[in-house]
Design a protein around this ligand. Structure first.
Ligand code: PLP
Length: 409
């Protein structure tokens, strides 16, 4: 079957955060915030969901479940079929698997992070992460009133690497309890090498840290790239792996994630304190199972489409905005672009692009914790025609600003 990623799908009035939630999420503002663009005129490159239709086998699986007519309280404890589907996928994709008893569920990786930080860290203890980071890593830590240390990534001609001396120093503090790791990394899209991952594990082990590996982006890879689950490299008991088909198959609204916890005591606490007492959405289960059983063909075509979107953006920037720094990432559908050369004088880049270009995007320290000044994150998971319009609008706004600055100088 050939899937159509060029289809433009109307998301208005579907309660989508993407169309209706940007004032609150990006600008921390209410419905009164006005823009020179009507809401449906914006091109939306912000929150990490896609403008593509969910894969047909998933929609059919949901339909089949709808036809069973009853949607009562739903649990997973007797279900081995789901674990079989997931581990078959993991085995094939990453040559790795894990036992059934380690598998827990959550209504999302974000809720799981909030809960895990609460369970792992006591008052006066600390958590850490590398920056730039996915904003909710820090929100989960802040919410639990736990102190947070950040280790800035180093950029080498567009490639991101860990400052291991800094990471090690921060990890060795006696109050440090938890390292939240993102594999592959959001927002940079970095796929860590085996050596980098082994070093991270060593640091966690030597300092007796809990290690959460958020691997939600692990299937959104450029063609030819392989994901290495952190758990494949170690049997360290304090490792927790978070995965979901939600992001890669564009069904984040179904609110379902796999939380793989090795330590039996933490697992017990996690399940006990689970705000949903282990209940899950019956439609989410069948959707995720169908993704793992039948989603590969769709994913393969998605990757081809995304590879071309990335090449388009890379070429566009090289030609039209040559001072923008950007390398195609090995993972995610997110482009992390350094615009300091053009917009270094602008503090609030999302605001600039919303007002001057009619583009909704995320960027800067406020949304990515730190080490992100002058960077924007562009979600490229959209039909090529929309992407072309977006890049054109961005270019015009950036060059107009640069020309104004030149005239002032
Ligand atoms: C690294 C990372 N973790 C978690 C999430 C969200 O996870 P969930 O929708 O399962 O709560 C995102 C969404 O963008 C993400 O990028």
């Amino acid at each position: 079957m050939r899937y159509d990623f060029d289809e433009i799908i109307d998301r208005q009035e579907t309660n989508s955060i993407n169309t209706d939630g940007f004032r609150d999420f990006i600008f921390h503002a209410g419905p009164d915030m006005k823009f020179p663009y009507a809401d449906d005129e914006f091109i939306r490159m912000w929150i990490a969901d896609m403008e593509f239709a969910c894969a047909e086998p998933i929609r059919q699986a949901i339909q089949k479940r709808l036809d069973r007519k009853i949607f009562g309280y739903t649990i997973m404890n007797l279900d081995t079929a789901y674990h079989n589907s997931l581990t078959k996928w993991c085995q094939k994709k990453y040559d790795w698997s894990f036992p059934r008893e380690e598998l827990c569920f959550s209504t999302g990786v974000i809720p799981a992070l909030y809960q895990l930080v609460e369970l792992i860290c006591q008052p006066k203890e600390k958590a850490m992460m590398v920056t730039p980071a996915y904003g909710f890593f820090k929100h989960a830590v802040d919410y639990n009133q736990i102190a947070c240390d950040c280790s800035p990534l180093i950029v080498d001609s567009g490639h991101f690497r860990v400052d291991f001396e800094d990471l090690e120093r921060k990890a060795s503090q006696k109050e440090m309890k938890l390292l939240i790791w993102c594999n592959p990394q959001n927002p940079s899209g970095t796929v860590w090498t085996k050596e980098e991952l082994e070093r991270v594990i060593r640091i966690a082990e030597e300092n007796d840290l809990w290690l959460i590996s958020d691997e939600i982006h692990c299937d959104i890879l450029r063609h030819g790239v392989r994901h290495i689950p952190l758990a494949k490299l170690t049997d360290y008991k304090k490792l927790i792996t978070c995965m979901s088909a939600s992001k890669v198959f564009n069904m984040a609204g179904l609110q379902f994630s796999n939380i793989i916890i090795r330590d039996p005591q933490l697992r017990e606490q996690f399940v006990l304190r689970d705000k949903n007492v282990g209940f899950v959405n019956p439609l989410s289960i069948v959707a995720h199972k169908a993704a793992y059983d039948e989603g590969e063909e769709w994913l393969d075509q998605l990757k081809t489409y995304l590879d071309l979107n990335f090449s388009y953006v890379k070429d566009f920037l090289a030609k039209e905005l040559p001072l923008a720094e950007f390398e195609i990432p090995q993972a995610t559908y997110l482009a992390w672009v350094n615009l300091n050369a053009y917009l270094g004088d602008i503090d609030d880049l999302p605001r600039f692009f919303a007002y001057e270009a009619g583009i909704l995007l995320e960027g800067g320290d406020d949304l990515f914790v730190g080490n992100a000044k002058g960077y924007v994150r562009l979600n490229l998971a959209m039909p090529r025609k929309t992407l072309e319009r977006a890049m054109q609008r961005m270019k015009e706004a950036i060059l107009e600003h640069a020309n104004k600055n030149k005239a002032k100088a």
